[in-house]
Design a protein around this ligand. Structure first.
Ligand SMILES: Cc1cc2nc3c(=O)[nH]c(=O)nc-3n(C[C@H](O)[C@H](O)[C@H](O)COP(=O)(O)O)c2cc1C
Length: 484
């Protein structure tokens, strides 16, 4: 197993054009979700829309309780929002998904009991050994896991990146909505993978990629007996080399397992991270005119009709300021110490000169690297031609840079997993802020990281891990409301 070269995997997954040149290798189908025989828990319908009364980025002072609160959180953050008849890809949630294939699932976990959030059935379905219990009881956590087998085989190693980036979006959406609802929930990434898999009834060779836990969702301190950490650590053995040899995606992620700790030590009472409420909201900037409900419903990667062009209009400066504030807040709260930094190509943004700018969550404002228009250079690194995707009609291209070798050096294999979750989460934070200002954010992996790296003046070891194109819609589309 140690012969597996993590740095080589990191290099390859970053380069879609190299991946797509290699033959497609059929991979095992995704594992089934192992439902138990216990009855499913229907989520309430016709609830009052709590987040319609909360302006982005503010938060409610106290969270709703019981199953109503859990339903608010799950459906707002992770449920279906809309269907766009003119779009090639449907449906749409509060977070993006490559081709809307949704290779990410969420579970409510309370100690050894777990329920799958089945968005289509609007229900919580018991999994594994779960026979009874209240999913909304004390200490409930939301677990987000990737299922790369949901993506087509031709993505090969890119399945790992697409799944984990999307998981980062889903984790951030869940944490942001939990905090807006008034829960004192944090994001936990250093938990015991084996205990989580055991709770959802998954086998060691089932192709899940554990991403993060969000919680606890109860306002009072959680009862430690309900934590995942109370399940025996290492209860699920690692799959053997034969299984892993078949699939480099699983191999890369399974190397991340031994670095994990038990969640039992994660005492929410002593969590140093900022909590929900006025402090967090003020770091994210001024109240907007948009409600959270509206932001989650309209969050978009930009409407496309076969091809994609944005409006040539100027982007209000406040949209970019708000996106960077949200990004900084998310980075400081949940994704610090990973060294992810941003380079932005900016054109037609109010009160900001066109140019290439550097930005990092730790440093202050934007630093001008080179004046002038650079979206044309982003277009030339994009894998679709301008006849399919007009990058230069956008206002901002955000390039997320990560240093894979040093992440592996400092955090082991876990660092590689965290890098993908972090860039997805930061892009999600920025995308929700853009939606509050009527703009879209389209995340992408279909680019040449070496050409973009030259543009972004990437340092030795750094790779452009993710790209987010931001702009304003050119067309008004029919949106069918799928909210329950
Ligand atoms: C990890 C990830 C990678 C993506 N890569 C691309 C891409 O390379 N090119 C692209 O046009 N869109 C890309 N998207 C955006 C999706 O196509 C978009 O989210 C999807 O069509 C659903 O639209 P919506 O975000 O408006 O709901 C990506 C999304 C995610 C989460």
């Amino acid at each position: 197993m140690t012969a597996f070269d993590l740095e080589a995997f990191a290099r390859l997954q970053a380069r879609p054009s190299e991946i797509f040149r290699r033959p497609v290798r059929p991979l095992p189908p995704p594992p089934p979700i192992r439902y138990s025989a216990a009855p499913c828990v229907p989520l309430p319908i016709g609830r009052p829309r709590t987040l319609a009364a909360v302006r982005y980025p503010r938060a409610r002072p106290a969270a709703p309780t019981g199953l109503d609160g859990l339903a608010d959180l799950l459906t707002s953050a992770l449920g279906f929002q809309r269907y766009e008849p003119a779009n090639n890809y449907n449906a749409h949630r509060a977070y993006p998904s490559a081709q809307s294939l949704f290779p990410v699932e969420a579970f409510v976990v309370r100690g050894p009991r777990a329920w799958h959030y089945d968005a289509a059935r609007h229900a919580l379905r018991p999994v594994g050994e779960t026979a009874d219990g209240d999913p909304a009881g004390a200490g409930a956590m939301i677990a987000v896991l990737g299922r790369p087998g949901q993506l087509p085989d031709y993505y090969r190693e890119l399945r790992w990146a697409l799944t984990l980036c999307e998981a980062g979006h889903a984790v951030q959406a869940t944490a942001a909505v939990a905090q807006a609802l008034g829960y004192a929930a944090g994001v936990h990434t250093d938990f015991d993978d084996a205990a989580l898999l055991s709770a959802i009834g998954a086998g060691p060779a089932d192709g899940w990629l554990p991403a993060a836990l969000i919680g606890p969702l109860s306002t009072p301190p959680a009862d430690s007996s309900t934590r995942i950490g109370s399940a025996p650590s290492g209860g699920v053995p690692l799959p053997d080399d034969t299984v892993l040899a078949e699939d480099p995606v699983l191999h890369a992620d399974r190397l991340a397992w031994p670095a994990s700790h038990s969640l039992g030590s994660d005492d929410p009472g002593s969590d140093p991270r900022p909590k929900a409420g006025s402090d967090a909201a003020s770091e994210m900037g001024d109240e907007t005119g948009a409600s959270w409900d509206h932001v989650l419903f309209t969050r978009s990667a930009g409407h496309s009709r076969g091809g994609f062009t944005a409006s040539p209009a100027t982007l209000p400066r406040q949209a970019l300021t708000s996106a960077l504030a949200a990004c900084r807040h998310a980075a400081r709260q949940d994704w610090s110490g990973l060294g992810v930094r941003l380079c932005l190509a900016v054109e037609r943004v109010e009160a900001l000169a066109d140019g290439l700018y550097a930005w990092s969550p730790e440093a202050g404002d934007l630093t001008l690297l080179a004046p002038g228009a650079h979206l044309g250079a982003v277009q030339s690194a994009y894998l679709y031609p301008s006849t399919v995707m007009r990058v230069d009609t956008c206002n901002v291209a955000i390039m997320f840079l990560a240093d894979y070798p040093s992440l592996i050096g400092s955090h082991g294999a876990r660092g590689l997993r965290l890098s993908q979750l972090a860039v997805g989460a930061l892009a999600q934070a920025a995308g929700l802020a853009m939606a509050a200002h009527g703009a879209f954010l389209r995340p992408a992996r279909s680019f040449d990281p070496d050409r973009l790296g030259e543009l972004a003046d990437a340092k030795d070891g750094e790779t452009v891990a993710y790209l987010a194109l931001c702009g304003q819609a050119r067309l008004d589309d029919l949106l069918l409301d799928l909210r329950v």
